[in-house]
Ligand binder design. Structure first.
Ligand code: C2E
Ligand code: MG
Ligand code: MG
Ligand code: MG
Length: 274
């Protein structure tokens, strides 16, 4: 199956449901402008290892500083960017900027951390995606072992042969691959074994403790990751109780408001080990 054929069949993007058609068009137009006028910005959220309570990674999260509306969160514009094709340019910029920032921190003498970057399926299935990533790593001079790309279960499993090949090529570059929002999509156990995935990210919905089943699910995902020789990180950790539970269950790392919300880079230097 060729990647280009697949791409054309993948156009069922859903615009954010709460937006009317007209405002989508307006936002789409404004988003194009936003790119050119530096209104897009990356925030970063620290990821802490349970082993030593140190920050070992950061997740790059896109923000749109709209001149009139203030800060717009990705859930409101990623779908629009995907539908309009703008996600390609935006996504290229996100990877470049996240790598550049990470290298900049290293050059300032901070202990190296792994930078996680979210991918849209449209980016991931571009024919030249791996080449682009390789070029960005060369241009920013970042060691590939400090870049992790986040895909979703649905993205990886859409078309197994193609995604397996892309993931293998990225791994050959030295880049890590994590599965974001794990547990909310549908990945086959077979493909989880087959793919050279490095980490599972437990979706934040499983951190809620109203539902008793969640703890059991979290425990199972941690066991599954370790059986498959993968690392596991919990998202959306907000309380001491959640932290303690994950620590007891031998989760490797976590991110969430309990330590820090996503922040602009200049506010993060205190989280690094010198
Ligand atoms: P995600 O990759 O699952 O990112 C985690 C989301 O959880 C972020 O929302 C983050 O701000 C939020 N979060 C972090 N800690 C907590 C917590 O303790 N409690 C709660 N309730 N939430 C927490 P954000 O920044 O609004 O991003 C939403 C989604 O947008 C991301 O989900 C990701 O899928 C997508 N996204 C963000 N940046 C990019 C990007 O550069 N490219 C693409 N394609 N998607 C992006
Ligand atoms: Mg993510
Ligand atoms: Mg994501
Ligand atoms: Mg997630």
């Amino acid at each position: 199956i060729s990647r280009s054929t697949y791409f054309s069949e993948y156009t069922f993007f859903q615009p954010a449901f709460h937006l009317h058609f007209k405002s989508i068009l307006t936002l789409e137009h404004q988003l194009k402008r936003a790119m050119q006028t530096n209104q897009l910005q990356l925030y970063y959220q620290p990821q802490t290892a349970f082993m030593n309570n140190q920050v070992i990674g950061m997740e790059a999260l896109l923000r749109w500083k709209h001149p009139k509306r203030g800060m717009i969160l990705p859930l409101e514009f990623i779908a629009i960017a995907e539908r309009s094709g703008l996600i390609i340019d935006i996504g290229d910029w996100v990877i470049y900027e996240a790598c550049r920032q990470n290298k900049h921190w290293q050059d300032k003498g901070f202990n190296p951390i792994v930078m996680s970057v979210n991918l849209s399926p449209i980016q991931f299935y571009q024919r030249n995606f791996v080449t682009k990533v390789r070029r960005i790593l060369t241009e920013t001079n970042l060691n590939p072992c400090y870049l992790e790309l986040e895909i979703t279960e649905t993205m990886a499993m859409q078309i197994e042969e193609v995604s397996l090949q892309i993931i293998e090529e990225l791994r050959n570059l030295g880049v890590s691959i994590s599965i974001d929002d794990f547990g909310t999509g549908y990945s086959s156990l077979k493909s989880l074994c087959l793919y050279p995935i490095t980490k599972l990210k437990i979706d934040k919905m499983f951190m809620r403790n109203e539902y008793k089943g969640n703890q059991m699910i979290v425990r199972s995902i941690i066991k599954l990751s370790h059986s498959l020789d993968m690392k596991v990180i919990a998202e959306g950790v907000e309380t001491k109780e959640q932290f303690t539970f994950l620590q007891k269950e031998e989760c490797d790392a976590f991110q969430g408001f309990y330590i820090s919300a996503p922040l602009p880079p200049e506010e993060l230097t205190g989280y690094f080990i010198k």
